[in-house]
Write a protein that binds this ligand. Structure first.
Ligand SMILES: *Cc1c(COP(=O)(O)O)cnc(C)c1O
Length: 390
């Protein structure tokens, strides 16, 4: 891929790589009858929504704006082609001022608590929506990433078995509105953890499953990662279909755009302070915040681990934050101002989390078409920085 003509910093999303992921997901749907939705919070590059809408069953939103984006950029163009897409939403707490508009865009509405279900459920039911409740199976399957574990003690996400029982003992009206149960407990995990989670779901909520129409397994399924156990995922899906007669939904974000995007950046300056340091025009804090939050070391094309190649550098952003460091990488040649570097796996949780801290410019967004042609979809400037302030 020739990055030499692109402005920097610039995200480049590769249509062929997105489509490769979509084909893997479509295979799961075709073999099992499960329905897969894009979780927009991971990847909202709506220039690709028509492509995504050709493969997946729709999208899910974390709130009104994402729901509207799906409605306008994915559902409407697909409807014009005769393909009906689903628009789901889950939010920890809905607001009265948004709810009418949410009812306009969404067909599936998932509530986080019995209070929310009782507050908004009747309206949603009366307008013909399919209603879900998020449950918390209290089954932690990940270590080391407490901020990504919705099953951790004290979690605000989902109704526990105890909470469910207590609500039912107060009255059953809410239960009669429910069409489905939703859980989301995984993060970059394989299907063995899904299998364990389903055991917990059945143990704690099995008594209610037969009364439901659907179950949503949430996201965090790393389906398009090499080595992911797809047959086991499909057994999990069939288990819920056959035992309880449920429609199964999956709503991955990462898996849709995994390893399908790049961030092209330029070296601005190099310096030395016991180690070699290169300052880039891309910032971890502004343009790849998960590098600091998660944290992780993003892949970088044509580089090695520290010390592996002749010249090792700490790659760092141009902001004031001392910790705005992307990681230590080695190269066959010394770095010089103007050199271009290309980080991999930069489509997910990148542009959706961008910020302009320090007045940093937002990276341009480019698309590498299946033909190989690279087009710049969007560029940002001073006005975009200014518009968000007052
Ligand atoms: C984050 C999230 C997803 C998508 O998760 P990925 O890890 O990107 O697959 C799906 N559903 C819910 C409710 C989420 O919070």
């Amino acid at each position: 891929m020739d990055f030499a003509q692109l402005p920097t910093p610039c995200y480049v999303v590769d249509e062929a790589l997105i489509e490769r992921n979509l084909k893997v997901l479509k295979g799961v749907m075709e073999r099992t009858g499960a329905k897969i939705l894009l979780a927009q919070k991971a990847f909202s590059m709506y220039a690709l929504y028509p492509l995504i809408g050709e493969y997946l069953c729709g999208a899910t939103a974390s709130g009104l704006y994402e729901a509207r984006l799906c409605g306008e950029e994915m559902a409407a163009p697909m409807r014009a082609k005769g393909r009906m897409l689903e628009n789901h939403i889950f939010s920890p707490a809905y607001q009265e001022k948004d709810f009418q508009e949410i009812l306009r865009y969404c067909d599936h509405i998932v509530f986080n608590s019995w209070n929310q279900l009782e507050r908004f459920g009747r309206q949603a039911k009366e307008t013909g929506k399919s209603i879900g409740l998020r449950i918390n199976p209290e089954c932690s399957t990940q270590e080391g990433h407490a901020i990504y574990d919705p099953c951790a003690p004290g979690s605000r996400l989902g109704v526990t078995q105890d909470g469910f029982q207590r609500a039912l003992s107060r009255g059953r009206e809410g239960l009669s509105w429910l069409d489905g149960l939703h859980f989301h407990t995984l993060c970059e995990q394989d299907s063995d953890d899904l299998e364990k989670t389903l055991d917990a779901v059945e143990e704690k909520f099995g008594a209610y499953l037969s009364a439901m129409k659907w179950i949503n397994f949430g996201g965090g399924h790393h389906i398009t990662r090499e080595g992911y156990d797809i047959p086991r995922l499909e057994r999990c899906i069939r288990r819920m279909q056959e035992k309880y007669g449920l429609t199964v939904y999956l709503e991955p974000g990462e898996a849709v755009a995994l390893n399908a995007g790049f961030l092209v950046t330029a070296v601005l300056e190099t310096l030395e302070n016991g180690i070699n340091i290169a300052i880039l025009d891309a910032s971890a804090a502004c343009h790849m915040p998960d590098v600091l939050e998660m944290p992780y070391r993003p892949p970088l094309l044509e580089s090695g681990q520290p010390g592996e190649k002749a010249f090792t550098y700490r790659l760092a952003g141009p902001t004031c934050l001392a910790g705005d460091c992307i990681g230590d990488y080695s190269f066959a040649h010394p770095l010089h101002p103007g050199d271009r570097l290309c980080f991999g796996d930069m489509a997910i949780y990148s542009m959706v989390k961008n910020n302009t801290f320090n007045g940093m410019p937002l990276p341009a967004i480019a698309l590498r078409r299946k033909s190989g042609e690279c087009v710049i979809v969007r560029e940002f400037g001073y006005q975009d920085f200014r518009e968000r302030l007052s």
